[in-house]
Design a protein around this ligand. Structure first.
Ligand SMILES: Nc1nc2c(ncn2[C@@H]2O[C@H](COP(=O)(O)OP(=O)(O)OP(=O)(O)O)[C@@H](O)[C@H]2O)c(=O)[nH]1
Ligand SMILES: [Mg+2]
Length: 302
């Protein structure tokens, strides 16, 4: 630690509507792929911590499900609760929006933040790599500054890694002095088992068509360290038998591809060989049944 700078630590909630790039941003800040991402909205379902420890700070980033207005299904209510709870005990909030866009859903998220005005909020304008006319940026920043007393407004690109240090500096400046909260080499609060299930879910989100990703979840049945190689067996639960054959694909091709991609990600993250087996099972109505949700790991105490 440098002599002039006191050590700082605390929690940073990353919030925003679905698909603005919250999980991509956390991965970029951490410099590794911890959180799953996809081009579909509502990819993240659970709160997950990404911990970054440096010489001068330990910043704990909280990835949250996108806040959205459809609270009809039990799963959607669970996701909104997880997002809302994440803001409660943090030191700084990073509110992510998509570039120059400002939607009704963004307004709804901001209204939630207005209800608890005690926390500093940084506005991150993500995906500025897509911005065609740079001259439009400044007027938009000024317009957004009128909406709320943001601690900072940072245009950035999570995918391309533009202006990320500037965001990190703004966060650091708002953090209280404090000791390390987690071990210095700890990267997340989640188990390898949880991360393995997420990797499989991400590949299903990426390989499947429009609706199906929302009808499935992944449960790890076996996770064993076999002399330095992880033996993992995962069950993909779908809601109807017709969905099962789609997930498996012609001659099992789709499932094979999902398994290969997920295994490669796991090997990178865990740093060891992985033997992955996938099964597909039907569990009718799992996503709209509170009890089944809990049995599949969607618990409010997370
Ligand atoms: N062009 C561009 N795309 C980005 C950027 N950041 C994220 N994306 C893309 O936006 C999509 C959504 O990214 P996610 O990180 O999954 O978004 P999220 O906000 O976590 O979404 P939910 O978990 O569904 O709420 C993905 O296809 C990302 O690759 C960026 O800086 N530029
Ligand atoms: Mg996400």
């Amino acid at each position: 630690m440098s002599e002039q700078q006191a050590f700082r630590s605390g929690y940073v909630a990353i919030i925003g509507r679905p698909n603005v790039g919250k999980s991509t941003l956390i991965n970029r800040v951490l410099g590794l792929k911890l959180c799953i991402t996809s081009r579909r909205p509502q990819t993240t379902r659970h709160r997950i911590l990404g911990i970054k420890t440096t010489e001068t700070s330990q910043l704990i980033y909280v990835d949250t499900p996108g806040i959205h207005s459809d609270g009809k299904r039990a799963m959607n209510r669970y996701m909104n609760r997880a997002a809302a709870a994440s803001v409660e005990d943090v030191d700084v909030v990073v509110f992510v929006i998509e570039g120059m866009k400002w939607t009704e859903e963004d307004e709804r998220v901001l209204n939630k933040l207005r209800q608890d005005s005690s926390k500093p909020v940084i506005l991150a304008m993500n995906k500025i790599d897509k911005l065609e006319d740079k001259a439009t940026l400044l007027p938009q920043v000024e317009k957004l500054a009128d909406k709320f007393n943001f601690a900072a407004i940072v245009p950035l690109s999570a995918r391309r890694g533009i202006n990320i240090e500037s965001l990190e500096e703004s966060i650091y400046a708002l953090m209280p002095e404090g000791e390390m909260i987690f071990d210095e080499d700890q990267l997340t609060d989640r188990s390898s088992r949880f991360l393995a299930a997420e990797m499989v879910r991400e590949k299903l989100f990426r390989h499947l068509g429009q609706e199906l990703p929302y009808a499935l979840t992944v449960d790890i049945e076996q996770f064993e360290d076999d002399d330095g190689m992880y033996r993992i067996s995962a069950v993909i639960y779908v809601e109807r038998s017709g969905q099962k054959s789609i997930v498996i694909g012609k001659k099992g091709e789709l499932l094979k591809q999902v398994g290969k991609d997920a295994r490669e990600d796991m090997e990178k993250l865990f740093g060891c060989k992985v033997f992955l087996q996938l099964w597909v099972k039907v569990r009718e109505g799992w996503s709209d049944n509170e009890r089944m949700l809990r049995s599949l790991g969607y618990n409010d105490d997370l």
